[in-house]
Design a protein around this ligand. Structure first.
Ligand SMILES: NC(=O)c1ccc[n+]([C@@H]2O[C@H](COP(=O)([O-])OP(=O)(O)OC[C@H]3O[C@@H](n4cnc5c(N)ncnc54)[C@H](O)[C@@H]3O)[C@@H](O)[C@H]2O)c1
Length: 286
């Protein structure tokens, strides 16, 4: 984004458009836009994971020249890590570090408490080991926060898919979540499609996870439907079928694009050793 463009957007607007995900070192490089926004133009930062990299990333954030910014909360598992990081940052950044003892949080729930100190549009820096990112990211989305996270963001396929799915929800829906107009389950249901226009059309008609799922899968059948006998996702896809997986629920849905005879014919030949009974879930084909 150019300097000019940066200045034409409000600081919170820039951040509030969507959950922004980037390597923490990109924080200073990208700059924080310098225009006032409704309420306050102060960007508050919470640091979650106060090790070497987290301390460095927070320092980079506080060095931005784009406008007022403060570190207001810190979270870690260990007190000595948090205190060491705090002392280090306070030495280097003076009153930009405004983290009194009551905003220094310890333990596995500390990430929530630190993010609870922020307002929508503020910034959470994630610099814990990556195993925790998915949980922390989910909470940041729920709070309408922006996230700068240290790479690696995830280390396994399923978590990566969930992170990408959550990041692909329309900004309008994320804003509704941040404003408590919908709950997290409902926002997650929109990940059934990554088409923002379609998400927004459904959003006009639905406000619960159940309604959203129903509208986004109305041309599909569940994997528990009598038309469906599971022979393996690969075999189904190879034969031209499509499988829509809700990453946040147990069952998947398949397109109702084949007639019963097709399903009984080509698709329903049992995988060796399997019986033709509807499986409880796609993960348990036999
Ligand atoms: N992108 C890069 O160039 C780069 C460089 C260094 C490290 N990293 C990555 O950044 C991450 C942090 O690296 P580091 O060197 O600072 O490690 P570190 O071990 O020094 O710091 C991690 C901190 O997170 C804390 N922590 C762990 N679990 C937590 C939880 N659930 N909630 C709150 N705090 C928690 C730890 O107590 C520790 O203080 C690692 O994932 C690492 O791979 C990336």
């Amino acid at each position: 984004m150019s300097q000019t463009q940066e200045r034409t957007k409000s600081r919170r607007g820039f951040l509030g458009d969507a959950a922004v995900v980037a390597g923490a070192s990109a924080l200073a490089a990208a700059g924080i836009p310098a225009v006032h926004a409704a309420g306050s133009d102060l960007i508050q930062v919470a640091l979650i994971g106060c090790g070497g990299r987290g301390t460095g990333a927070a320092g980079e954030a506080l060095s931005t020249k784009g406008g007022p910014i403060k570190l207001v909360a810190m979270a870690d598992i260990f007190e000595n890590r948090l205190n060491g990081s705090h002392a280090n940052l306070a030495r280097g950044h003076g009153d930009k570090v405004d983290v009194p003892p009551e905003r220094r949080f310890l333990g596995f729930e500390a990430y929530r408490q630190a993010m609870d100190c922020l307002k929508p549009g503020d910034v959470a820096i994630f610099a814990t080991p990556p195993a925790f990112r998915w949980v922390h990211f989910k909470y940041a989305i729920e709070k309408g926060l922006n996230v700068f996270m240290e790479k690696p963001v995830t280390v396994d396929g399923p978590t990566t898919r969930k992170m990408l799915a959550l990041a692909s929800v329309s900004p309008k829906i994320i804003n509704a979540l941040a404003a408590d107009k919908i709950d997290l389950a409902c926002a997650q249901a929109f990940t059934l499609t990554d088409d923002h226009k379609r998400q927004e059309r459904v959003f006009k008609r639905a406000r619960t996870a159940h309604e959203v799922r129903a509208l986004l899968t109305e041309t599909k059948v569940t994997t528990g439907h009598r038309l469906f006998r599971f022979v393996g996702a690969d075999a189904y896809r190879e034969a031209g079928g499509t499988l829509t997986c809700d990453l946040f629920a147990k069952a998947g849905k398949v397109s109702r694009q084949y007639g019963r005879s097709d399903l009984n014919g080509h698709f329903l030949s049992p995988v060796s050793g399997c019986q033709l009974h509807p499986p409880r879930s796609p993960d348990r084909p036999c």
